[in-house]
Design a protein around this ligand. Structure first.
Ligand code: GLN
Length: 450
């Protein structure tokens, strides 16, 4: 009912691309029946969930926010979808997103932007604006997002919700339409840290179908969230990142961040400042590595095997059909990244761009390792500003990329991160977010401090 009341129409949020009301209701009834029969239930059995449209759901359309996949209905479930179903979570539908998860404002979706539930003239963040807005607007208690450079955490900050990017490889990517394989990670979008912990434990774990899946599974996340709620952080060492401060950060965001630091001190945390010098190159490296990987991933959308095919008149060659289908099927940002990636990978340029970017990536990994020798967690504001006006930065890709300053180092190094609400801005009354980062596989620390 809440989705029906708030999603569509001129003032609708547009956070759902597809709603499966009948399917979700049937799953909810099955959950009731299990409860009535006294069967052992998962803690989230019967709790409805929304899924970002980047993850395959058998029988439900999956578009990745792109026209090129319009009408595609996957014949199989991604591993995370299968786990949600097995635990009894009714699947409400698929959430809007930037096309192929490229963006920070959800304005690159081929199906129109999502509105920020707190102010319908503002963006909800991206690329997972639909999942975050759905949770913030009480359309769904839980949602799945994907984070390649911040797309769970930054929309979390913009909508006043909790978003977690787990350790790379700890949640299966099987059935995820890849943006950049070495950076992508699924994770929870929720209203509380405890909800995020419950969901993360459920969706995590080794998957033989994902060659980058880490062995074993992350445990103790729920316990960590519960123990943290007791409010004692004595002895926890938290480092403020030197490189994630300065003029790029709006004063209203910094004001709330400084307050949050005082709260942490009051709970007994030891606060220091830590420098990670390579962070200043993270954006340049990310915006070479990501286009390189995605230009290769998107080559499969050739209108021959699946997806939307546009056939020009006459007797066009196969190449002509591919060219026209890709021209009409992909949006501007996708084309921009395909061009950058193809260029960066061309012979003669490979060493100068992709090779250099990979070296920076190594430096970032080393900086994280060094930092985590002296602190347990790193902290920064999640995003430099609060949500901006719809349309304000649409034609300025660089202004959008700058939003990712704080979030993308975690993806380059594979470390986990959480964004939690840190109060509303005194300038515009919109949500701000604070981000914590932990060493690889130490996700439990995020839930404790969160
Ligand atoms: N804003 C980043 C980008 O456009 C992050 C994307 C993501 O995490 N999916 O690439």
């Amino acid at each position: 009912d809440q989705i029906a009341a708030t999603n569509d129409g001129p003032d609708g949020l547009n956070s759902f691309l597809h709603v499966d009301a009948d399917g979700a209701l049937a799953q909810a009834k099955a959950s009731d029946a299990r409860r009535a029969a006294g069967e052992p239930l998962h803690a989230l059995d019967g709790v409805p969930i929304a899924i970002k449209d980047v993850l395959a759901t058998e029988g439900l359309p999956t578009t990745a926010g792109s026209k090129i996949l319009e009408g595609w209905v996957p014949p199989y479930d991604g591993t995370v979808t299968a786990k949600l179903k097995a635990a009894g979570l009714p699947i409400l539908g698929k959430t809007n997103m930037d096309e192929f998860a490229m963006g920070s404002a959800n304005e690159n979706s081929a199906y129109g932007p999502v509105k920020n539930p707190w102010d319908h003239t503002r963006i909800p963040g991206g690329s997972g604006g639909g999942s975050a807005a759905a949770v913030a607007a009480f359309q769904a208690p839980l949602a799945i997002g994907s984070d390649t450079g911040g797309s769970i955490r930054q929309p979390g900050a913009m909508t006043g919700t909790v978003g977690v990017k787990p350790t790379y490889g700890s949640v299966s990517r099987y059935g995820v339409i890849a943006l950049a394989n070495s950076l992508d990670q699924l994770g929870p979008c929720t209203r509380t840290v405890l909800d995020a912990a419950l969901l993360a434990e459920l969706i995590g774990g080794h998957d033989p179908k994902d060659s980058t899946s880490v062995p074993g599974r992350l445990e103790g996340l729920v316990e960590a969230a519960r123990s943290g709620a007791a409010g004692d952080l004595s002895g926890v060492r938290i480092g403020i990142v030197t490189e994630l401060q300065g003029d790029a950060w709006s004063p209203a965001v910094v004001e709330r961040f400084d307050e949050a630091i005082e709260v942490l001190k009051g709970l007994g945390a030891e606060i220091s400042e830590v420098s990670l010098p390579s962070f200043v190159h993270a954006m340049a490296a990310y915006y070479l590595i990501l286009p390189a990987e995605c230009s290769s991933n998107l080559a499969k959308f050739d209108a021959m095997r699946y997806g939307r095919r546009v056939t020009p008149e006459g007797s066009p060659s196969a190449e002509e059909v591919m060219r026209v289908s890709r021209d009409e099927g992909f949006g501007d940002e996708v084309k921009r990244r395909i061009l950058i990636g193809t260029y960066a990978l061309s012979s003669g340029y490979y060493d100068a761009y992709y090779g250099q970017a990979q070296k920076i990536r190594t430096l970032i990994i080393e900086d994280f390792k060094r930092a985590f020798e002296s602190v347990d967690l790193l902290v920064s504001p999640t995003a430099p500003t609060t949500a901006w006006a719809l349309g304000e930065k649409t034609d300025d890709p660089l202004a959008n990329y700058l939003q990712d300053l704080a979030t993308l180092p975690a993806n380059l190094a594979g470390v986990p991160g959480i964004s939690i609400p840190s109060g509303t801005s005194s300038a515009d009354g919109l949500p701000t977010g604070i981000q914590f980062l932990a060493p690889v596989l130490e996700d439990a620390r995020l839930y404790r401090v969160g």
